[in-house]
Design a protein around this ligand. Structure first.
Ligand SMILES: Cc1ncc(COP(=O)(O)O)c(C=O)c1O
Length: 392
């Protein structure tokens, strides 16, 4: 008999997290071990041989992530970039071509353009909101579409169902699988399910909303297809960029409250975006939840919420500096997705590794400020921003 299907919040608390067999511990224990005693020669217990290959705490998180994204298999890594590294090692080789959203996280761009490009893989950075451009940019040697939506930090929204059908067409034309990979870090599976929309693979920086408490760095790859998942598992073990048991415990614990936190981020995000839009010193606000956002209608269809990530332009680096030196509740720092509000200057912080002309092409202007709206009382966030804006 098949198991009953469960709601998302129930999965967050129970998927992969059966009570531990020896003691009944309700919380998945931290198995802080590098190896396992074998029953007898050639007979490891339950397949546990060495902790790079398999660890019960990590496995619980991997089962949980697979359930939340609706994938066949998930693997957890030491960082979001370690996840992307293993993904690329698994699915591309010299001579292959990859189409990438032009506005991905700066570190993804750095890894592709400064490291993988040296191994004979070619990358084109295109506006993946423009389906005609994506179609025109496909080549016979294209093997992957790597898409971030919403993008970091300009919140561009790409149509995942349409991109999935372009990837399927390209697979047929190229006689080889062209995978659609989606970085779902900003939306999380609570707001967006790329695999259900036809994507092949989801990657995450679990450092952000999934863990949600700014106390762990990690990443994940979730595959729709079990064979793809097995390839990632093989490369995870071979290359070794695994998530530690303690971090796996933290991310599993963080995910238990993902729905509650995401609803709160979304409510505060909407309120802060609406408030920023009314401030004369703010030249523009980029938030998919605003009707003025070019991807608003698509975001409404494709996502079940808009989240807490907002970028806004103050017109100059000097104006941005004045605001960022004055905020108190919104902590000045890189990263995002924690319960606390974090504010940053993409051009000099998260996207400093992108060349200045390329940055401008992507809309990362000197006056652009990005805020990851936390779940504090929204009045305190607004008062903090109002006070900081008074210095601009
Ligand atoms: C959208 C996105 N993907 C991937 C990463 C990389 O993740 P990590 O910092 O965990 O390596 C980040 C980091 O900021 C990100 O924002």
């Amino acid at each position: 008999m098949s198991a009953p299907s469960r709601g998302f919040a129930t999965l967050c608390i129970h998927a992969g997290q059966e009570p531990e067999s020896a003691t009944g511990a309700v919380t998945v224990p931290i198995f802080q071990t590098s190896t396992y005693v074998q029953e007898s020669f050639g007979n490891p217990r339950n397949g546990y041989e060495y902790a790079r290959t398999k660890n019960p705490t990590r496995l619980a998180l991997e089962e949980l992530l697979a359930a939340l994204e609706g994938g066949a298999l998930a693997h957890a890594f030491a960082s979001g970039m370690a996840a992307t590294t293993t993904l690329m090692l698994s699915f591309v080789k010299a001579g292959d071509h990859v189409l990438v959203s032009r506005n991905t996280y700066g570190g993804t761009y750095r890894f592709f353009s400064k490291i993988l490009a040296n191994f004979g893989v070619t990358f084109d950075y295109v506006d993946t909101t423009d389906l005609a451009l994506v179609r025109a940019s496909l080549r016979p040697e294209t093997r992957m579409l790597f898409v971030e939506t919403p993008t970091n930090p300009t919140m561009e929204i790409s149509d995942l169902a349409a991109l999935a059908s372009l990837a399927r067409e390209a697979s047929a034309a190229n006689g080889a699988k062209v995978r659609l990979v989606v970085d779902n870090t900003f939306a999380t599976p609570f707001f967006q399910k790329p695999l259900a929309l036809g994507a092949d693979v989801v990657v995450h920086s679990t450092t952000k909303y999934l863990n949600g408490h700014s106390d762990s760095v990690g990443g994940a790859v979730i595959c729709a297809d079990a064979e793809d998942g097995a390839r990632i598992g093989f490369a995870q073990n071979a290359a070794g960029g695994i998530l530690s048991p303690f971090d796996a415990f933290l991310v599993t614990r963080g995910i238990k409250t993902l729905p509650v936190r995401m609803r709160a981020h979304d409510a505060n995000g909407r309120a802060v975006a609406a408030w920023l839009s009314e401030q004369p010193k703010v030249e523009s606000v980029i938030y998919p939840g605003l009707p003025s956002h070019p991807g608003h209608e698509l975001a409404r269809r494709q996502m079940s919420g808009f989240g807490g990530m907002i970028s806004f332009d103050l017109g100059s680096e000097e104006a941005a500096r004045r605001l960022l030196d004055k905020v108190v509740v919104c902590a000045l720092g890189e990263s995002l997705g924690g319960v606390e509000s974090l504010i940053s200057h993409p051009a000099t912080m998260t996207h400093a590794s992108v060349e200045p002309e390329e940055r401008l092409r992507r809309g990362i202007t000197p006056g652009l400020v990005r805020v990851s709206v936390g779940i504090e009382d929204v009045e305190d966030i607004l008062a903090d921003l109002a006070n900081a804006l008074s210095a601009v």
